[in-house]
Design a protein around this ligand. Structure first.
Ligand SMILES: [Zn+2]
Length: 263
């Protein structure tokens, strides 16, 4: 009983209203390591950090981190993270040198909090024997390779793609990671969620490129889209689902701010 209670307390300390202290501790470690190694801050730079040297390893045993400096993207790579051939747990991250210089809307520290939250949630799945994030219900429904390629490319901008972007931001996956940024005082995410609430989805039906956008995207492998026969029914469904999701997220954000005494 006592052990059970101790575990419960540990859980609560680890994560409070969606904010994870272990994530933020690891983020502090990586931040210092990045700042201490300016010679790596270029498009081909790389840092490898041994996890066991740090105290937070006892709470979240990441054996090593690989940080690759890339000019084009910042993010957590779930395809390369996980157990290596020797059974060590590795987390692979990409960091843009321009992010370190401060030319993004997020600080390096807050971006690390976000990406490490993804890594942490993946660790919780993988270390318990479940598949990584790619195997979750949400990922299977829309977070496919085609979806990621579409959103990361400049092609096929249009009403259907705009709606898919909403799905991305409001996904459970991104919500949990963005919550860390909201905690850091960045309001961009809150504004995005509010945009969904304030958008008149019928407006999307009047776009000139609606049909062509639909024809292209409905032929990609995105099950969420594939189950609809025409763009109108997809738009109506999305309106209902996304507004309900957005309302829930605003509540979650308000609760987080209340518990952590944030303004
Ligand atoms: Zn993310």
């Amino acid at each position: 009983m006592l052990i059970k209670m101790k575990n419960k307390i540990r859980e609560i300390l680890k994560e409070q209203a969606g904010i994870s202290s272990v994530v933020r501790q690891w983020s502090d470690v990586l931040y210092s390591e990045i700042m201490d190694n300016p010679q790596e801050h270029h498009g081909k730079g790389r840092l490898i950090i041994d996890g066991y040297e740090f105290e937070v390893y006892d709470e979240l045993p990441i054996d090593y981190f690989v940080i690759d400096f890339y000019d084009t993207m910042t993010g957590y790579d779930q395809t390369k993270s996980g157990y290596d051939d020797n059974g060590y747990y590795v987390v692979v991250l990409y960091v843009q040198p321009t992010l370190i210089k401060g030319s993004h809307s997020y600080s390096l520290k807050s971006a690390l909090n976000h990406e490490l939250k993804h890594a942490y949630q993946d660790y919780m799945r993988v270390s318990k024997g479940y598949g990584n994030v790619d195997t979750t219900k949400e990922s299977k429904s829309f977070y496919t390779e085609d979806f990621i390629k579409l959103l990361n490319s400049g092609v096929q901008e249009g009403p259907i793609k705009n709606i898919l972007r909403f799905y991305y931001y409001l996904s459970d996956l991104e919500r949990d990671a963005y919550l860390e940024n909201v905690y850091d005082g960045n309001n961009e995410y809150v504004n995005k969620v509010r945009t969904v609430l304030n958008t008149d989805f019928n407006y999307f039906k009047r776009y000139n490129d609606l049909e062509s956008n639909w024809d292209y995207i409905s032929n990609l492998n995105i099950p969420l889209v594939n189950k609809f026969k025409d763009p109108e029914s997809f738009i109506d469904y999305s309106n209902k689902i996304l507004k309900a999701k957005a309302e829930k997220i605003i509540k979650k954000i308000n609760k987080m701010k209340y518990i952590h005494k944030l303004k």
